[in-house]
Write a protein that binds this ligand. Structure first.
Ligand code: COA
Length: 166
């Protein structure tokens, strides 16, 4: 079902973006007219990549996806969604363990902004177990990450970890 004239916001830390995030994005661009992937400047996390690096990687890997916009935001997700005219917040749901956190977040966001709805999207089952920490840990231990992240991200991970190795 195509939702006409609808903009969706996909907020996240994206440290770094993985094939799991891109799988969600590919599904969403087929549904929504505008799809905004926004890097949260999240003071509660200590990311490996700074915001500009995360944005650069996101732009590189979504460059050929029509309808995708990449941005950053600080503060409340719903405020940013309002500012960008997004009626929908998209979040990935990989496993039952994601549900409780996503449910809480969706409920809180609804309390803050009743006109904005959360859509929980299942990625391909190939990516049900994937998260950015796992990718960083495998890369740190010298393992192969090409099945989890696009080549440009793999390259940036290698550079970043090499620069931190001493
Ligand atoms: N594929 C791969 N990994 C995925 C994934 C997918 N499809 N979906 C989620 N993940 C992983 C992420 O890689 C991340 O892994 P990590 O913890 O190892 O880094 C993890 O799931 C968490 O996902 P992420 O999208 O980064 O969410 P978050 O919980 O860090 O951030 C925000 C969520 C930014 C949306 C939330 O904190 C927020 O809204 N902040 C703004 C402030 C606000 O409005 N607060 C009130 C909200 S109620």
């Amino acid at each position: 079902m195509e939702v006409k004239g609808t903009a969706a916001l996909y907020p996240g830390t994206f440290d770094p973006v993985t094939y799991g995030h891109l799988d969600i994005a590919e599904r969403c661009v087929r549904i929504f007219d505008r799809f905004i992937m926004a890097v949260a400047v999240n003071p509660t996390k200590e990311p490996l990549f700074d915001v500009d690096e995360r944005l650069e990687m996101l732009r590189a890997v979504t460059g050929d996806m029509a309808g995708v916009e990449v941005d950053r935001f600080e503060g409340l997700t719903v405020e940013y969604a309002r500012k960008r005219g997004a009626q929908v917040i998209v979040r990935g749901l990989r496993a039952l363990s994601d549900f409780e956190e996503e449910f809480k977040m969706a409920a809180a966001n609804r309390k803050l902004a009743d006109e904005i709805n959360t859509v929980l999207m299942l990625p391909s089952e190939k990516y049900f177990y994937l998260n950015s920490s796992l990718v960083k840990e495998i890369a740190r231990l010298g393992g192969p990450v090409e099945c989890f992240v696009p080549p440009v991200v793999e390259e940036r991970l290698r550079e970043k970890l090499a620069s931190r190795a001493y």
